[in-house]
Design a protein around this ligand. Structure first.
Ligand SMILES: CC(C)(COP(=O)(O)OP(=O)(O)OC[C@H]1O[C@@H](n2cnc3c(N)ncnc32)[C@H](O)[C@@H]1OP(=O)(O)O)[C@@H](O)C(=O)NCCC(=O)NCCS
Length: 184
């Protein structure tokens, strides 16, 4: 990143903590990603073993060490449980551009959780990280995700046709983005 982030940033909202994952989160992450509803539009099949969750945690560590991204876990303050994740990946240093990603347990959907979480990290990306553009790649059928981004003032740029081969089929990906000039 432009500013090397020596310390992993954390955020607190009234209901949630956004923090760096720890090894013990593997159980909550396993629960999250073994749910077919959660992985329906993600590029992988539901987790089958706890090792899948440990690999995921290792990936979060790798992208932070490489400074190519950051993944926060979203912890419910009341129940002390990780209920989702959000973060950035595929940092393009010379273009000041980064991609956003997120997922949440279905029992928390439709309560404004992800909007609250993404508002925190988008602000961080445009201020501290000095990004110029945040982009999102979403399967057009994933209406919840498209609506969430539209509510956060992302603009739909277009559709990349049959852009990825996922779970045995080619999938289209819509590109949505928000620019620093629009955010500020
Ligand atoms: C996408 C996802 C993170 C949305 O999280 P969420 O916490 O339920 O979203 P929010 O409650 O913050 O909703 C934000 C806005 O989007 C709208 N929205 C959310 N889900 C919607 C749906 N299914 N249909 C229509 N609108 C929806 C809400 O109306 C809300 O607008 P408002 O603030 O004006 O009320 C969640 O559905 C999810 O985890 N899906 C599975 C994983 C996934 O697909 N990740 C994205 C991959 S690109």
């Amino acid at each position: 990143m432009d500013l090397p982030l020596a310390n992993f940033p954390t955020f607190e909202t009234i209901r949630f903590h956004l923090r760096r994952a720890v090894v013990n989160d593997c159980h909550d992450l396993f629960e999250l990603y073994s749910d077919e509803e959660v992985t329906r539009y993600l590029p992988f099949t539901p987790f089958i073993t706890i090792d899948n969750a440990i690999d995921e945690l290792n990936w979060y560590d790798t992208i932070f060490k490489e400074q190519s991204g950051l993944r926060w876990v979203i912890e419910d303050v009341e129940f002390k449980k990780v209920i989702g994740t959000c973060g950035f990946l595929n940092y393009e240093k010379e273009h000041h551009r980064i991609e956003i990603g997120y997922d949440l347990k279905p029992s928390y959907w439709g309560k404004g959780v992800m909007k609250e979480a993404l508002q925190c990290i988008i602000h961080f990306a445009f201020t501290t990280m000095k990004m110029n553009k945040i982009e999102a790649k979403v399967e057009p059928a994933n209406q919840a995700s498209v609506k969430l981004l539209e509510k956060l003032n992302f603009y739909k740029e277009g559709v990349l046709r049959q852009h990825e081969f996922e779970k045995g089929k080619y999938v289209d990906l819509a590109i949505l983005s928000i620019l620093r000039s629009e955010y500020m």
